[in-house]
Design a protein around this ligand. Structure first.
Ligand SMILES: C[S@@+](CC[C@H](N)C(=O)[O-])C[C@H]1O[C@@H](n2cnc3c(N)ncnc32)[C@H](O)[C@@H]1O
Ligand code: SF4
Length: 440
């Protein structure tokens, strides 16, 4: 294994975003398919995270490789069939989990969930309530784009219990959104933000991207300043990754060489304005109502994914539908999902042995400012994190982490190295599976 500092020196800060482990490119067809009833039989189910994926957008942005069908016609024509399938899947998954299953929080992601009309969203909420009554009292997060919201839709979402509204702005500078291949007018962003502010969500989040071609520090600062005018409770700063088969990837576009500098200056700017850094990308204001719901701990509890493109996590099995980026492949997978009659099996995914489970825990913890809780790790795995992963000592040696009596915490440098540390901790077999994945 290459020394982490050498890896940073040779490959730079932006080597891979480890938002899940194993990465979805390590998923394969499961043979034979696994009955969901078996997959969930011995899992703790009293505080589940329910995730519903809405894989539709009006246009495909040049930077985006998320699982989504785009184009007004292609997307609109598929919504009804998709919601029908989602209802069938909800019923099948609920039956497989059994009556003891209890959801503690919900996220509706995409694509762009607010691409749906208010009537369609109403159907989606009804469906979530069929999984569990009283969901409106739980924390509910939703992702939105500026071109798909208005005051009525946002009021509807708030009335239906949405507690975290996240708006993908990416940039307030039109030259920069153009460079991202995202058709967006700055005026439309301000209208959407004013409506989001007025709807009184307890948590408002704004997503920004830095590092597109031609972006200067002045451009980046203008976007950060415009963001702060709304004083959102959360801000995500995403470094631009140009990925294969995306619009930018097909045109051989590259991120600017200034990404590292833009990251550091952006981070320092938000820290100087009273925001706290939660992870490399996430910053929270002092008004934020709290870390995460006490009933849900991000490390240990299961995720139940509904919809094409949604992932589900048990301790030993992660599964989803297939994933693709190319237009035809995404449509094919979505249409297959909508035509599926039996949703009671996992057919595609990755199994996690004990080593993978430990790695997942370590990767997810060390990439957050709260770090690895050493006693919690010991309680779950009956072993010591630093003995299981001696390479963590290198992080301490290089000043990327520090050991306290209870935690291994990433330093400011450690958070800066997140997109190197994550992939550096992947197991060999996961790295091989990712390398062999055929993207379509
Ligand atoms: C589901 S989208 C957000 C909601 C909505 N679809 C939108 O675009 O406004 C998730 C976020 O991931 C970020 N993102 C996606 N692909 C990215 C990439 N290649 N590089 C950097 N950030 C990316 C963007 O900031 C985006 O807002
Ligand atoms: S960035 Fe958002 S709006 Fe654009 S294609 Fe991706 S999911 Fe859709």
């Amino acid at each position: 294994m290459m020394d982490i500092r050498e890896k940073v020196r040779t490959g730079g800060l932006f080597q891979g975003y480890a938002y899940g482990y194993p990465h979805k490119m390590a998923y394969r067809r499961l043979t034979p398919p696994v009955p969901l009833r078996d997959a969930w039989a011995d899992e703790p189910k009293e505080a589940l995270f329910l995730y519903a994926h809405v894989p539709f957008c009006s246009v495909r942005c040049g930077f985006c490789n998320l699982f989504t069908v785009t184009g007004e016609g292609a997307a609109k024509n598929r919504v009804i069939g998709y919601l029908d399938a989602l209802a069938q899947q909800t019923e099948a998954v609920h039956a497989a989990l059994g009556s003891g299953a209890k959801v503690a929080r919900i996220a509706i992601g995409g694509g762009t969930p607010t691409f749906l009309t208010t009537g369609e969203l109403e159907r989606l909420f009804k469906l979530l309530r069929s999984f569990q009554s009283g969901v409106s009292d739980l924390p509910i997060a939703i992702e939105m784009s500026p071109d798909s919201v208005d005051a009525d839709k946002l009021a509807f979402l708030r009335e239906n219990g949405v507690t975290r509204a996240s708006l993908g702005v990416q940039s307030f500078v039109e030259k920069d959104t153009r460079a991202l291949g995202r058709p967006q007018k700055a005026a439309a962003v301000e209208t959407a933000l004013a409506a989001m502010d007025a709807a009184r969500f307890p948590v408002r989040n704004i997503d920004l991207i830095y590092g597109m071609e031609g972006q200067t520090w002045e451009d980046w600062l203008a976007s950060l300043r415009a963001t702060l005018r709304h004083a959102p409770e959360e801000i995500f700063l995403y470094p631009l990754y140009v990925r294969p088969l995306t619009g930018l990837g097909r045109k051989d576009k590259r991120a600017t060489d200034a990404r590292e500098e833009l990251y550091r200056r952006g981070r320092d700017f938000l820290l100087s304005r009273g925001y706290t850094q939660i992870s490399m990308r996430l910053f929270r204001s002092a008004k934020h109502p709290g870390e995460c719901d006490v009933h849900y701990c991000c490390q240990e509890d299961g995720m139940v994914g509904l919809g094409a493109g949604a992932r589900s996590y048990t301790r030993a099995l992660h599964y989803s539908t297939e994933w693709a980026v190319g237009r035809n492949s995404v449509q094919e997978i979505l249409d297959y999902y909508s035509a599926t009659k039996d949703h009671s099996f996992a057919t595609y995914g990755a199994t996690l042995d004990l080593d993978d489970q430990r790695r997942r825990y370590v990767i997810k913890s060390i990439l957050r400012a709260s770090g690895i809780d050493l006693a919690a790790y010991r309680a779950v795995f009956e072993s010591d994190a630093l003995e299981d992963f001696p390479q963590l000592n290198l992080l301490i040696e290089h000043g990327a982490a520090m050991l306290t009596p209870t935690h291994l915490l990433p330093t400011l440098l450690g958070l800066e190295w997140s997109d190197v540390i994550g992939p550096w901790l992947y197991s060999e077999h996961v790295q091989e599976a990712i390398a062999a994945f055929e993207l379509r």
